[in-house]
Design a protein around this ligand. Sequence first.
Ligand code: FAD
Length: 445
Amino acid sequence: KKILIVGGVAGGATTAARLRRLDEESQIVMFERGEYISFANCGLPYYIGEVIPQRDALLVQTVDGMSERFNMDIRNLSEVTAINREKKTVTVKNLKLGTTYEERYDVLVLSPGANPIKPPIKGLDEADNVFTLRNIPDTDAIKAHVDNKKPKSAVVIGGGFIGVEMAENLVHRGIKVTLVEMADQIMAPFDSEMVSILHKHVTDMGVELILSDGVSYFDQKGTKIGLNSGKVLDTELTILSIGVRPENELAKSSGLELGERGHIKVDQNMMTSDPNIYAIGDAIETIDYIYNEPAMVPLAWPANKQGRIVADRICGIDSKYPGTLGTSIAKVFDLTAASTGHNEKALARLGKTNYKTIHIHPGSHAGYYPGAFPISLKLIFEVPSGKILGAQGIGYDGVDKRIDVIATAIKGNLTVRDITNLELAYAPPYSSAKDPVNMAGYVAS
Ligand code: FAD
């Protein structure tokens, strides 16, 4: 069998490695438009911030290393420009040589990811200090700008995960950061009463937070940013991080079915509308785990899991994607902010009203042992069933553990009553005899 993979980072590289482990015979060819494969996207902001000092640490696999280890044909600087579904071939452009050729497939896997959104804002094309962040070349460009131009001020546009992580890392480099967000809050997975903790914290850390305002124009080669409110900001470095758009051009031009917002539609086996083509990762529309509604969640866990499932399917193993819960976490300066499942805004969008919420503020561990901090924990559950619909946690310590336990409980179909029965590890430096997750269960039931 000849299997072609488009995209050589999170989803693509996972698929390729799992395929080879399951099947020693098939021919595997992985195409990557960029120079680098399998790099750590999630680590990029921390390398710019010099929290991760070594650039090499970002390169999880190299073309040579992975080709040899897994006996596969990896072609970087190779862009797949068309899928010819009738002939079962793809057209490939070798970006180094400028040549084009066709390659035949039995099975094609698409993991092309998503691109940072660059809206047609006046002056953006002429601005030379505005950057987006997706890959190693973007990272190198931002880091070189910080290292060489030594900007004193920066503006981050967009308060999602990448924007907030970049704000923190630029502050870490000694830069005065202004964070501009169009919505009335940063970090969309959190409901407003929870996110206010983050607003206060980033402000306390020296970030100027401008909410409910967007960019209207860039001026003077990007050194001035005009906002919708009329405010004008001076900036020596701007990060545009207002979200991502699926790379759907190949799917679109070859007539694969797309969802409402342009993501590639797949079934639970990750199969597209063409049975010989699978798609995974940021580019696809899948379903949400709780309500089976369409879900587009550009995170690393889904891309990795889906990559394994595709490899299983191709090798005849019955493996299905259960849907995405959207569990996520971010370091916001000294705080950790994590969430799983739906928040109240999402429930309102879905028209759900049969739920209740509770808020608790337990210590991260026993109060009499030094270093305990309160965790703000919100649990959302269905009534009367007690089914857990979502949770949000913010605090200095122990937030990741509690949200991960609740995410596990959701996947295990546990109710708020069931989580009072979870027997969790306890000694004073780590928790309390009644863990915050148990406590949330008691309060909810
Ligand atoms: P990608 O990993 O983006 O890989 C797609 C690759 O396909 C790209 O390299 C692209 O060049 C290539 N490609 C596209 N089209 C073609 C073509 N036609 N021909 C050849 N090659 C092509 N997620 C988390 O869960 N936690 C985090 O902390 C986190 N932090 C992040 C921080 C940053 C700065 C970024 C950018 C992302 C972060 N993510 C994080 C998201 C996570 O990296 C993505 O969800 C994941 O990489 C998606 O995998 P993918 O395979 O769909 O796309």
